[in-house]
Design a protein around this ligand. Structure first.
Ligand SMILES: *Cc1c(COP(=O)(O)O)cnc(C)c1O
Length: 415
């Protein structure tokens, strides 16, 4: 224990991002928060920004505030796209939620491939993606071709290739698998999909802000902003439409915010000729300013440094799991090669639900995912190596004393 604790302290002292934690609200310094991949912490800058927005902009300026608010979806999209997605300005919007954006872009893509009848996705994709694509296919008379994905290893290129032919309109996967952390081979899938003339749509919810992505071969992408981006509960999501596709694809929700001359209130719908055509209605300004602050904090830290720390944190976590937890029946379900995983680690154990409840009681916040999976997301922006060490030490104590076995065996409502 002492060895690992000393190591953690050394790693924290040498961490170039150690001061970044000060930019976040740490209400309870004793709490070990390992769920930044589900809901990121609150940046102090967002507190200030929100109160200024409420008191001054909304409270005093009233409708005049729209002068500054109207451009926020594109302005925050540009900041996010250039700093964290590696794409040029004018291709990302912050709007709606991930589910709605996925629906908009998936429908736009299939309609741009008339005569093609198949959407390819996988059986381990995030539930909202599977539901949206399957319902969309039913509504449009299309078919979903579902690739089998091994839960721990993630999307397999060979299996994807076998599912591709000239009938495929759209190929859609998540980049980081939500219940293993495995990364899908994004560029290789983009290439394979394009070789049969299909479009690609990526869900980057569990990657953005923690894992670099290469969108240079991709067509479309979506993601949420309340995980590593720290935008807060219900903050608007984002979408990416490659520039040359912006006039070629149509937004299936022809809202007035996508209209070319919005305030002319014209008779006919005539959509904008840029990424703004994928807006729908009035954007949620309170959430948008929080996404702007969340992105700013990460952009200043730099994605490369965030990724380097994410790799170091997850390496350390796996090392501790091997040293302390494997003897109690815990299995590391995430790929051990850091190039093949995102920024969270999944530990499998037959009593994972009870362990999650016991951890919460012991002041450690993990995540639980079916089946039997403890998910630990040490977000690189504010998690210390000492937090990982302490969190896993508390888990080891629970396993050793079997204190979790008196807790309810199954989730009543999963969270
Ligand atoms: C978190 C997450 C979502 C969330 O979608 P919402 O519409 O914001 O609820 C979608 N997809 C993936 C892969 C996620 O991890």
């Amino acid at each position: 224990m002492e060895d690992f604790r000393a190591r953690a302290e050394e790693l924290d002292a040498a961490d170039p991002l150690r001061e970044l934690r000060d930019q976040f609200v740490i209400a309870d310094p004793g709490l070990i928060y390992l769920d930044g991949n589900s809901l990121g912490r609150l940046p102090k800058a967002s507190q200030d920004r929100l109160s200024a927005l409420v008191d001054v902009e909304w409270g005093q300026q009233l409708i005049r505030g729209w002068h500054d608010w109207i451009d926020l979806p594109e302005r925050v999209g540009d900041a996010l796209g250039t700093a964290l997605l590696g794409v040029a300005a004018g291709q990302v919007l912050v709007c709606d939620n991930t589910t709605v954006n996925l629906y908009k872009l998936a429908l736009a893509a299939t309609q741009a491939r008339p005569g093609r009848t198949v959407i390819v996705t996988d059986d381990d994709n995030f539930p909202t993606d599977r539901y949206v694509l399957s319902q969309l296919a039913t509504q449009q008379g299309l078919e979903v071709r579902t690739v089998a994905t091994p839960m721990d290893d993630g999307v397999q290129l060979d299996a994807v290739k076998r599912a591709l032919d000239q009938d495929v309109a759209l190929v859609s996967f998540s980049h980081t698998a939500y219940r293993s952390g495995a990364l899908a081979p994004m560029s290789a899938i983009d290439e394979a999909a394009h070789s049969v003339g299909a479009l690609t749509l990526w869900d980057l919810s569990h990657s953005v802000g923690a894992v670099p992505v290469d969108l240079s071969r991709s067509d479309l992408a979506v993601g949420c902003s309340y995980k590593y981006l720290n935008g807060g509960p219900g903050a608007p999501a984002w979408l990416y439409v490659r520039r040359d596709l912006q006039t070629y694809l149509g937004n299936p929700i022809a809202g007035w915010f996508s209209q070319r001359d919005q305030f002319a209130m014209g008779e006919e719908y005539s959509p904008r000729q840029d990424v703004g055509r994928f807006l729908t209605g009035t954007p949620p300004i309170l959430g948008l300013v929080c996404v702007e602050e969340g992105v700013r904090v990460l952009a200043e830290a730099g994605l490369e440094r965030l990724r380097a720390k994410g790799v170091a944190l997850t390496e350390f976590l796996i090392e501790l799991a091997d040293a302390w937890l494997v003897e109690y029946g815990v299995r590391v379900a995430t790929p051990r090669d850091p190039d093949r995983r995102g920024s969270h680690i999944v530990l499998e154990h037959p009593q994972a639900w009870q362990l999650a409840q016991a951890l919460i009681a012991a002041g450690v916040i993990p995540d639980y995912r079916e089946p039997n999976r403890l998910r630990l997301g040490p977000a690189p922006a504010y998690t210390r190596f000492a937090d990982v060490c302490e969190g896993l030490d508390r888990l080891r104590t629970i396993l050793r004393t079997e204190s979790h076995t008196t807790l309810p065996a199954r989730p009543t409502s999963v969270r």
